[in-house]
Structure formats: structure tokens, C-alpha cells
Design a protein around this ligand. Sequence first.
Ligand SMILES: Nc1nc2c(c(=O)[nH]1)N[C@H]1C(S)=C(S)[C@@H](COP(=O)(O)OP(=O)(O)OC[C@H]3O[C@@H](n4cnc5c(=O)[nH]c(N)nc54)[C@H](O)[C@@H]3O)O[C@H]1N2
Ligand SMILES: Nc1nc2c(c(=O)[nH]1)N[C@H]1C(S)=C(S)[C@@H](COP(=O)(O)OP(=O)(O)OC[C@H]3O[C@@H](n4cnc5c(=O)[nH]c(N)nc54)[C@H](O)[C@@H]3O)O[C@H]1N2
Ligand code: SF4
Ligand SMILES: [Mo]
Length: 678
Amino acid sequence: MPSFVDRPTGVFPSVCSLDCPDQCGLLLHKENGKIVKVEGDPNHPVTKGFICNKVRNMTERLYDEKRLKYPMKRVGAKGEGHFEQISWNEAITTITGKWKDLLQTDSAESILPYSFYGNMGNLAAEGMDRRFFHRLGASKLDRSICNSAGAAGYKYTMGASFGIDPEDTIHSKLFIFWGINAVSTNMHQVSLAQQARKQNGAKIVVIDVHKNQTARFADWFIPILPGTDTALALGLMHILFAENMVDDSFLDQYTVGHEELRKHVEQYDPITVSSITGIPVEDILKLARMYGQTSPAFLRIGNGPQHHDNGGMFVRTVSCLPALTGQWLVKGGGAIKGNSAYLAFNTANLQRPDLQQNKNTRVINMNLLGEALLTLDPPIKSLFVYGTNPAVVAPAGNKVRKGLEREDLFTVVHDLFLTETAMYADIVLPSTSSFENTDFYTSYWHHYIQLQQPVIESYGESKSNVEVFRLLAKGMGFTEKAFEETEAELIDQALDLLSNPGIVQIDFEVLSEKQYVKAQVEFPTELPTPSGKIELYSEKMKQDGYPALPTYIPIVNDSVHPLQFIAGPNHNFLNSTFANQKKHTRLEKEPEIVLNQFDADQAGVIDGDKVRVWNEQGECILKASVGENVLRGVAVTQGLWGADQDTKHLVNSLTPDRIADMGGGATFFSGKVSIGKY
Ligand SMILES: Nc1nc2c(c(=O)[nH]1)N[C@H]1C(S)=C(S)[C@@H](COP(=O)(O)OP(=O)(O)OC[C@H]3O[C@@H](n4cnc5c(=O)[nH]c(N)nc54)[C@H](O)[C@@H]3O)O[C@H]1N2
Ligand SMILES: Nc1nc2c(c(=O)[nH]1)N[C@H]1C(S)=C(S)[C@@H](COP(=O)(O)OP(=O)(O)OC[C@H]3O[C@@H](n4cnc5c(=O)[nH]c(N)nc54)[C@H](O)[C@@H]3O)O[C@H]1N2
Ligand code: SF4
Ligand SMILES: [Mo]
């Protein structure tokens, strides 16, 4: 059987490689060697043939004339965007030559890899690259930009990222979407909720700082003040205990510390919680009773509230709720924050930490990129960026861009496009798209492992991440077999993990035959917490310097600026991906700032005005959308617009690079701004 690449025409199975929980099964329609249509795979058991508009329009991106075709070197000033074609040989020789010099003059620690999940393929995102940088002895990156505060918080309560199987939520009678804009960011969870609404009369509640697309689809939208969700969760606990809506036998059998918690939450009475959260007392009571009396009740815990100073504690707290009501034992009840622990694979086999030259190498938090480039001593002298676009997505963007301007910094960017970050590179390398690679994918929401085999030829001279790191290893003179292994071998090594019996039957061959396989996994009977139970009280937290019981700690408020600035993602982009495709930007029109009528009046701004948004870090110019879609004191914008359109659209010029309470997480949403008519 010829490979998919060798067959110029046909329909081929694939998987979406974007950083999205749904990880849809796809069908790629090919004519004359080109992909002409991207569709959902109707046989995929969870995503069932439905995909988002972003990816239905993927061919616009795949064959965008702006795609990088060959390696280039910089000929103009950093950030100016003047480059000249070079060969792969020259590119690899230049990079490895520079790095060999740095190993002499400085140390391997002067080199920093900077990557994220632009392609969720495990080999692309955390495979050969890790092997290479381990062997090199480079500084390590703490990849904390997305969900690390929340993951750390969830771990204190539940031990690891175990939630319920989303396929079970079809049985749920109550869906609480808490700080997640699921219509845009987890559309198949919304389809399941919609089905449950039809079949069981399920109710859908959205708790958010913004009346977003998901709030409009909900039965009940509860607006809340930013960063106060922990107080709301504690207030719900107060009522659940006070009105005897808790499951005592579940608490006795499966949890630690419920008596302490019962006492502790007495202070979070509805009046106190209302004054913190901005939610009327009667709504707090109504929500607690709805949650306490509906079964199955499902919580979808989003990424939004954990992008605050107190984000770890929020997730730690909210994930105690299903234990109070015993919902974990009801099919369709419980919660999902993330489900990555079910599909845990053998990262040691894949990433080979045994190759590490320097086990004590420094670790740099990716949220502090600007700070690190500008102030670290010994300095970072070389940066290798792949699968991420920090000039747009990293917090404190003006610092990041200033750091990237450093003349003595040797920057390499591997991407499909000349991104805002690549504009600062000394060497730019073209990347294949995921449809050109072999890789395996593990969703962090559903329980399926999926395979991608190359469907089309590599675009121009582009190369995959795996290939690039193989070439760099060769250029550095690394001779270990680890750098020669094939993609199929890497996949087999990664899926070989006896401690996760749910995946043992899955390997490259099985995946090639079936395309997607559901891991045979179940909610663990003993959780990986110190006690093996759900820790309402956590001794471990106490040791780590946190309150042992869930506690509301307000976000930092040391700013003179009046408005809490929430700059989240939008519907038609995937972070900054697609912000450079015309079709996608046309659908989004232009970046807006959503204001409350009261705040707009105060600033003399009317709907549709161009607004200057500023703080001590920088400024943006956004279009005002005035009304009642946010509470007073809150300003929301959506979309990581690029500099392509206008450098005054870079919303991370305004976001703080403070580090969240847990996991080294980002605090994108805890910043403040002022506004005025432009
Ligand atoms: N279309 C699309 N889909 C995506 C992405 C994308 O860019 N576009 N990005 C992907 C990635 S990497 C991720 S991490 C996920 C993120 O997807 P989500 O989990 O949906 O997270 P966010 O969109 O960051 O924020 C969710 C909601 O939290 C709200 N929020 C902010 N602060 C607070 C608060 O203090 N309390 C409450 N209750 N709500 C608050 C925001 O208004 C927003 O509506 O989506 C993934 N999917
Ligand atoms: N203000 C604000 N900032 C945010 C957020 C927010 O809500 N608000 N969200 C944050 C979150 S949750 C996240 S996860 C980050 C995400 O931020 P990023 O990880 O930077 O995600 P993208 O912007 O999608 O950029 C991914 C890049 O990887 C490239 N790429 C795709 N596939 C490959 C490949 O196979 N190889 C290589 N070498 N490159 C590839 C794409 O072309 C693209 O340029 O942004 C964060 N930034
Ligand atoms: S971005 Fe999400 S919803 Fe869209 S196709 Fe990919 S996995 Fe599916
Ligand atoms: Mo993310």
C-alpha cells in the first residue's frame, strides 16, 4: 500500500494539531497532491464529524503565500523583517557554529529553548527537542504560560489531572461552565450539553466576567468580578454544609478534612461573598441549591480564572465542590479541569533525561521571558523559539520585544510563518505543518490517542521539529542513537508505560490500523494525593506555605488604573495562530474592548469609539463596545491580534508578568488599565 503522500488524490484520516481540548478527528480531502478540503471525521466517537470554522478554513493557512519555504538569515535590523534565503546546510552550520562558540566562551546555559504547543503532536512538542537540549545542557524552560497554576491547584485536591470522561456528561442534568468560553474553546463539550439539555432537560449555567458566546447560549449567566471565584466557591460550600446538602458518607469514605472545612467555611456567608464577588445574595443561594439538589451535576472548570494571581487556589477550591456532594460517584457528575493524567505516556523514554549533560542547569519561567532576556546574569546569549510566538503571546510584551532586540542575542525561530517573533530572528527555519508529519496525539479532555501520518509532501524546503533537532544533533557532533530513531520508534517508546495499563495495548501499529484508540482508563479508586483521598484539607499545602484549607486571597491591587483588564482568546484564532490569515481576521473584524456603560460614561467614550487603553507598561488602541456585557470596573478584549494589522493591537503590551500563586503560572487577567477616547 503506497503511503498517503504518494497517493495524489483521496480522503485521508488526520487529527487536529491545535492546542484545543477537543482534538478532533479530521478527514483531509486531497486532489493532485494538495489538500483541498478539511472536514471532521464522522466516525470519531467524540467529535463526530463536527469541527470549528478555524480548521474548516485550514487550507487558507496551509497554502497561504506567506508560508515560509526555505531557511533565511537576517540582513536588516532586528524586528525590521529583512531576510535573505540560505541553504539548510548554511543554517545548521551557522547555528551549531554559534552554539559551539558559546560552549567555549560562556556555557551551555547561555542557550535557552523557548517552545510551546503550537503543534500538540507529542514528538513535535516534547520529543526530539527535549533529547537535544538535554544533551546540549542548555537552560531549561518552565512551560507555565497556559494552565500550570490551575494544574498545581487541582493536584493538591485531586492528586493529578483526573476528571470524568466527557462522553459521560451526556447524562448530566446540570452543566456549570466556570470561567470557560466553551462555545469557542471546547465546542464538543457544548454539543454534549446541548444534547443533555434536549434529552434530560439539563440546565446550563455560565459563571464569567463577560457575557461571552457561551453565556449567551446558557440558561443562566452569572457575572462575577474578576479573581473572586474562590470566594464564590467557598460561599457555595457554606450553603451546602449549612443546608445539609452534602453527602456525609462520601465525605467520610473518600475525603480528608471535611470537619475542618465545614468550620472554616462558616466565615463565607452569602452576604460576605456577595460583597466580594458582586453576585446578589439570592443568586448565590439559588446556585448553591441548584448545585446541591441536581444530580448528575457537572463542573467544567476553565482556564480563565486560573490566569489570575490567585488562580491555583481557585482551582484547588472549586475542585472540592463535587466531593461535598458526592457527585464523583454519579455517572455524568463530577468535574473536568483537564484529563491529561489518563493518557500519561513514557516521557522518560521519549525525552531521555538520562542524556542530560548538566543536571543542575537553571530553569527559566517562560512567563518571565522579557525579564530573563533583559536582566539574567549570566545572560541568555541564544534563544531557539519553536511552536510559539512569544512576541505576541507572552505577558509584558514590551519587555519581551525589547529583550528580542538585544544585538548580542542570537535568535533562531522555527515556524511556518514569519511571525512577530521571527522578525527578530537571526536565522529563520521553515516548519512543516502537522499534516506533513508522523506524530501521535493525546487529548487533554477526551480519552483517545490518535495518529497523524504524513498526508502531503513537506511544503517547500520545510522540515518538522523532529527533523530539525536530528540535524542540529548531527551538526553538534552528537552521536547517540537517540538522535537517529524514527518517528515510529519514538511513538512505540513513548507508549511503552507499564504503570499506565490503560495504554499498554496501544502502539504505532495499532494506531496505524485504527487511527484513534480509546485508552482503557477509569477514574482511579486511589488518588495520587498523599492520603490517596480527595484532600479538602491538605497537609502538603501547609508544608508548601499555603493555607491547608481552601481560602480566598484577593488578587494584587496596587495599581492606580481603574479597570480590570481581561485579554483572552477569541473565536476565530487559536491564540495568535490564524491572526495572520485574511479569512479568519475578516470574521473577527477588529479587536474590541468591552466596557460597562458606567465606565464608558466616566471616560467620555461611546460605543464604536476608538479607545486608547494604557497602563505603566504600554498602550493599545481598541474599538469600544459599550453596554452591560461586563460589570462595572471590568474591561474585556478577545483575541491575540498580531502586529500584522497594527502594533497597537498587541494586548500583551498591557498584561503583567507577575507570577501566579502556584505552578509558576501566568497572571494575564490580573492587570489593570485606564481608558480614554483616542
Ligand atoms: N477558538 C479558540 N479556542 C481555543 C483557544 C483560542 O485561542 N481560540 N485557545 C486554546 C487554549 S491554549 C486554551 S488554554 C483554552 C482556553 O480556553 P478557556 O478555558 O475558555 O479559557 P479563556 O478563554 O482564557 O477564559 C475563559 C473565560 O474566563 C473568563 N474569565 C477571566 N477571568 C475570570 C475570572 O476571574 N472569573 C471567571 N469566572 N471568569 C473569568 C473570560 O472572560 C473567558 O470567557 O482554549 C483553547 N481553545
Ligand atoms: N493576553 C493573553 N495572552 C495569552 C493568553 C491569553 O488568554 N491572553 N493565553 C495564553 C495561553 S493559554 C497559551 S497556551 C499561549 C499560547 O501561545 P502560543 O503557544 O504562542 O500559541 P500560538 O499563538 O498559536 O503560536 C503557535 C506558533 O507555533 C507555530 N507552529 C505550529 N506548528 C508548528 C510546528 O510543528 N513546528 C514549529 N516549529 N512551529 C509550529 C505556529 O505557526 C504559531 O506561530 O498564549 C498565552 N497568551
Ligand atoms: S481547533 Fe479544536 S474544535 Fe477546531 S478542529 Fe481543532 S480540535 Fe476541533
Ligand atoms: Mo493555553
